[in-house]
Design a protein around this ligand. Structure first.
Ligand SMILES: [Zn+2]
Length: 376
């Protein structure tokens, strides 16, 4: 319900006021140094969350829904800090339940020897990682399957628009409209999220593979330091070559797991992957879809002036056997783009245009297969 930060010479104390007692788990992670507090799903009602001065051990913090049934607070540290015993103090002297987190200065070496994932969480992430890599047989129903991934969510808001529009809200609204359009065209659609919650990037990849997706669409919105930059861009997975701006974008979008406190590996960048023939075919299909979708959508929205089809090392696009693109709807840093993306009219027009691009992609795909003399 509220929070206080006490910055002392020998420790920094964070106190959270609660309406009810909670079970809490706290652990610390390195690179960057941060403390994770896992809670059951709670309603955050902090009207005026305190801002750390920068002199104490807490640099910044964020909180929100993590997964269904699970809330999380992530505390970024200014300096390495040892986590004291975390306590939930029962009501007394006019206070309700209080959760007390004490942080004590320590050395980076000592910090790193304590930091790490609890074993069960590590296992959960490792299982998801494995599921993301296991190949699945193609769908037997013959119906095309599209998985749409609304980027970010929950604790990770993504980019904030110049008009206050949050990327996570925009992309969810667009995803729901697109799902409706695709279903109306006879396509099976699964969504990685249908409300405001976070899912790790590798879970999103695993989800697409578990549903035997024929196409994976990750929906995002971009931001640029130059506020005049506007327009749609569509990214496919880079085979190693990507320009500086694409690399910066990949860093921003891959940062999602770091923001939500889920990255298992310290470095969340996608290492240049060894691309085998099967994956080369997947990349070709992804690029083909990206090009035709850009052409289709040119009549619906403005297109990034310089090369709207681009490639970058994006963690959410790594499934080796599912054509996948990441669509940046436009720039939330641009006044016109942000205003346009806020309107229902534009959102519906865009969803319809993209759905048409998907249907055409599948039609072309099937024709090519039939030309080769096999049944689709
Ligand atoms: Zn994004």
């Amino acid at each position: 319900m509220s929070a206080r930060i006490g910055e002392h010479a020998d420790k920094t104390r964070l106190v959270l006021e609660l309406s009810d007692p909670v079970n809490l788990r706290a652990f610390s992670l390195a690179s960057p140094n941060r403390v994770i507090l896992d809670l059951p799903e709670v309603a955050w009602r902090m009207g005026n969350p305190p801002v750390p001065s920068g002199r104490g051990l807490i640099k910044a913090y964020r909180y929100g829904v993590f997964r269904t049934g699970n809330a999380r607070m992530v505390i970024d540290l200014n300096r390495p800090a040892r986590l004291g015993e975390t306590l939930v103090i029962p009501p007394s002297a006019g206070f309700g339940y209080r959760l007390v987190i004490d942080l004590f200065p320590t050395t980076q070496t000592a910090y790193e020897s304590d930091a790490g994932w609890p074993a069960d969480l590590r296992k959960r992430e490792a299982d998801a990682e494995r599921r993301a890599r296991v190949a699945v047989a193609p769908s037997a129903t013959g119906k095309r399957v599209v998985v749409i991934d609304a980027g970010h969510g929950g604790i990770d808001s993504g980019t904030s628009g110049v008009n206050g529009l949050l990327e996570k809200d925009l992309v969810l609204a667009e995803t729901l409209l697109l799902a409706k359009e695709l279903r109306a065209r006879g396509i099976t659609v699964h969504l990685t999220r249908e409300k405001d919650g976070y899912g790790p990037l590798r879970d999103r990849v695993a989800f697409a593979r578990a549903h035997k997706a024929d196409l994976f669409l990750s929906i995002h919105a971009d931001a640029h330091s130059d506020a005049s930059v506007t327009g749609l861009s569509i990214y496919t997975l880079s085979d190693g070559r990507s320009d500086r701006e694409a690399a910066a974008l990949a860093k921003r979008e891959n940062q999602s797991d770091v923001i939500a406190g889920v990255d298992l590996l310290a470095d969340n960048s996608v290492t240049p992957i060894l691309i085998d023939l099967a994956q080369r075919d997947t990349l070709n299909k992804s690029a083909l879809f990206a090009k035709s979708a850009v052409a289709q959508l040119a009549g619906v929205t403005n297109i990034l002036a310089r090369s709207p089809h681009r490639s970058a090392s994006l963690a959410v696009l790594v499934a080796p056997d599912i054509p996948a693109v990441l669509i940046e709807l436009g720039f939330l840093s641009n006044l016109d783009d942000a205003a346009q993306m806020k309107t229902q009219a534009w959102r519906e027009k865009f969803a319809a245009g993209l759905a048409t691009a998907v249907v055409r992609h599948f039609a072309g795909d099937a024709a090519a297969v039939m030309a080769a003399g096999t049944r689709p």
